[in-house]
Write a protein that binds this ligand. Structure first.
Ligand code: TRP
Length: 342
């Protein structure tokens, strides 16, 4: 058992047959981009060519970004993690009863694994845990911690972009497939991609399984705005880390002090929008291409959609999923849903 704890002995390759999965080892040493970075570059260029410039948000989560995101989760203003964890703590016995025995628990975007530990502790003899994350080192580290705490659970990490299909998962014949998707990450998808993701989960869990999903609720402006404009500037550092990553991986010259983070609540679209605001008129070069910014022009980097219980369940219904149970905290800040095939 213990030899599995050595990081590089976690077997990722065998579980990832239908997508390129190495988002690591991509430091640019000889001016030639790796295949991964070619893809990264094309997505970056495409985003910056739009009238409203955008950047692809999945690239937030390199190792530094993953660490910064964990720091966000510990901020006072970022109520999401705290409230979800407390709610999970409160309902864990109920969840464990609904999940039953010998479950295989899959977690897309597993991150540091704090929430899963609460769930695994409550479960009756779970069989295996399959964390998926784009950041490999981060994923392996948290696997080690979890394996130590739960020596009897099989842990099978998959390094992947979970928005893309992972063939190995679909092939698993198992009666009790549970997908755990906390953190309101579903809110980071646009409607069509959210439905696509939920549909993939519908297909994955089969007729006996379930999707346990955390969804942040729409609420008053100041609580939402503070959560994404924290006073310590961690969210700013997280947002700007994307520019730093483009600089180092894609031969770019973003001047980090010439951009400021700004999160705006867009009530009409029920979402928080994250932007990076150019402080001046300036030109940025990326691998030989140049992009002009006017003063106060923004790059839109991320959205975080907020739902009501009803609007979320309507979305889930579009993927043929229905709620077997839905819980919210007393202040109606956050919701957790136990979804099964409709
Ligand atoms: N899933 C998180 C959320 O929407 C992601 C997040 C939190 C985020 N803070 C951010 C993404 C700042 C980009 C920038 O709450």
């Amino acid at each position: 058992m213990d030899d599995k704890l050595v990081s590089n002995e976690w077997h990722t390759d065998q579980y990832t047959s239908d997508q390129e999965t190495s988002f690591i080892d991509n430091k640019n040493t000889n001016n030639k981009l790796s295949t991964q970075n070619e893809l990264f570059l094309s997505e970056v260029l495409q985003g910056l060519e739009q009238t409203q410039k955008t950047l692809p948000c999945k690239y937030f989560y390199d190792e530094k970004g993953s660490i910064l995101f964990e720091e966000i989760c510990e901020l006072d203003e970022y109520y999401i993690t705290r409230v979800e964890l407390a709610l999970l703590e409160k309902i864990k016995t109920e969840l464990a009863e609904m999940i039953g025995k010998q479950a295989i628990i899959m977690e897309p975007g597993a991150g540091a694994g704090v929430k899963i530990r609460t769930l695994l502790k409550a479960l009756n003899n779970p069989e295996s845990y399959v964390p998926m994350d784009i950041s490999k080192d981060f994923l392996f580290q948290s696997c080690e911690t979890i394996q130590k705490e739960f020596p009897n659970i099989d842990i099978m990490p998959i390094q992947c972009d979970f928005t893309q299909p992972v063939k190995w998962l679909g092939q698993q014949k198992h009666d009790n497939k549970i997908v755990f998707f906390p953190g309101s990450t579903i809110g980071n998808f646009e409607k069509a991609s959210a439905i696509q993701f939920l549909t993939n989960m519908h297909d994955l869990i089969g007729s006996e399984g379930a999707l346990i999903i955390g969804v942040d609720l729409l609420k008053e402006d100041k609580v939402l705005e503070a959560a994404y404009n924290d006073s310590l500037g961690v969210t700013e550092a997280f947002n700007k880390n994307l520019l730093a990553r483009i600089n180092s991986d894609l031969n770019a010259d973003f001047k980090l002090d010439q951009f400021k983070h700004k999160a705006i609540l867009n009530r009409q679209l029920a979402r928080i929008e994250m932007h990076l605001v150019s402080q001046n008129e300036q030109t940025v070069n990326i691998n030989g291409e140049s992009f002009d910014f006017s003063a106060f022009e923004t790059i839109h980097t991320e959205n975080s959609h907020k739902y009501s219980v009803d609007s979320f369940l309507a979305l889930a219904a579009e993927a043929n999923l229905k709620s077997k149970n839905t819980w919210t905290d007393e202040q109606q800040l956050f919701s957790i849903h136990y979804l099964v095939r409709g």
